[in-house]
Design a protein around this ligand. Structure first.
Ligand code: ATR
Length: 285
């Protein structure tokens, strides 16, 4: 079945999905380029994911995004996945290429693009301390390791989870320097003293909470990056700002992962500033 001969549908599957900002961002881009594309949010319960993925073929949708909680399980239902998606263990973008569903993960490149937008120049000369070892952390790890980050320190409350990431990435990124530390404020002091970029990938901050960290030990030119974008300034970012540090939240990462998907589906250069305005207006209206 085909929705219409020339209308290209992109869906985002999530559970819940009401709060997704992606439809506004992508539809603004499609409108700007006058493309016959439409981006729709679809609430898909975990038990329906397999059928929802096969529906992409049946309805001839052009592609899809996946958000929580579907990014990992979806891999089982796709025809092919990219190397990044394999390394991260998650897919956020699908293209339907003549009935074959190809999955990729644009979060890692989106994260790197956001770091560059925040003024980071040569990642291969940076020491990065990464808080968290969940899905968001894996995307950041793969992005940073692909850029040959000088040193990556993964810090997590559950140390074993960080060690598993270290073990997984040692082999594909042979020359990398990856270390693991427990989430301990005092132990982090020395670590912070030569850290160039501190990245929070945990969900802490979403509810106006905060992990206890020795922010005062960071160098004055360090960047503090929080993947949380709502609130726009988490307690972590406020504290870093108070210490005179550069700060950046996760909204540009959402923008750039979307830009990459847009370009894959449409084969056109994305109108980034239009998409950014729509996204930021929707997020912070
Ligand atoms: P996501 O896919 O968004 O990364 P996740 O896979 O559930 O989410 O991972 C959440 C991360 O936030 C984990 O690293 C988690 O630490 P644990 O592995 O120890 O659970 C971290 N996290 C969540 N709440 C936390 C808290 N209150 N303090 C410290 N770390 C926390």
């Amino acid at each position: 079945m085909t929705m219409s001969d020339d209308l290209n549908i992109i869906a985002i599957y999530g559970f819940p999905i009401e709060h997704s900002l992606s439809p506004v961002m992508h539809n603004a881009g499609f409108n700007e380029l006058k493309l016959n594309f439409k981006y729709i949010p679809v609430k898909v319960a975990p038990s329906d994911l397999k059928e929802a993925i096969s529906a992409l073929k049946a309805l001839n949708f052009k592609g899809a995004n996946l958000t929580v909680p579907h990014k990992e399980e979806v891999i089982d239902y796709l025809d092919e996945i990219s190397e990044d998606a394999f390394l991260i263990g998650a897919v956020n973008t699908i293209i339907n290429s003549d009935g074959r569903l190809l999955g990729s993960n644009t979060d890692c490149k989106g994260f790197i693009a956001a770091l560059k937008e925040a003024g980071v120049k040569d990642i291969s000369r940076k020491k990065v301390v990464l808080l968290g070892a969940g899905g968001a952390s894996k995307a950041a790890c793969v992005g940073l390791l692909r850029e040959k980050v000088k040193e990556l320190v993964i810090v997590n409350r559950t140390v074993r989870k960080a060690e598993l990431l270290q073990e997984n990435y040692k082999k594909p990124f042979k020359k990398s320097k990856i270390r693991v530390l427990p989430l301990d404020c005092e132990a982090l002091r020395t670590e912070f003293s030569d850290c160039d970029i501190l990245v929070n990938t945990t969900s802490v901050g979403l509810k106006n909470d905060c992990i206890k960290l020795p922010i005062d030990s960071l160098k004055s030119d360090a960047l503090v990056y929080d993947m949380v974008y709502n609130p726009p300034k988490t307690k972590l970012l406020k504290s870093a700002e108070k210490h005179g540090l550069k700060i950046e939240n996760g909204l540009n990462m959402l923008l750039f992962q979307g830009v990459l998907g847009f370009e894959v589906w449409t084969n056109k250069k994305a109108p980034v500033s239009v998409m950014k305005k729509a996204l930021f207006d929707a997020a912070y209206k």
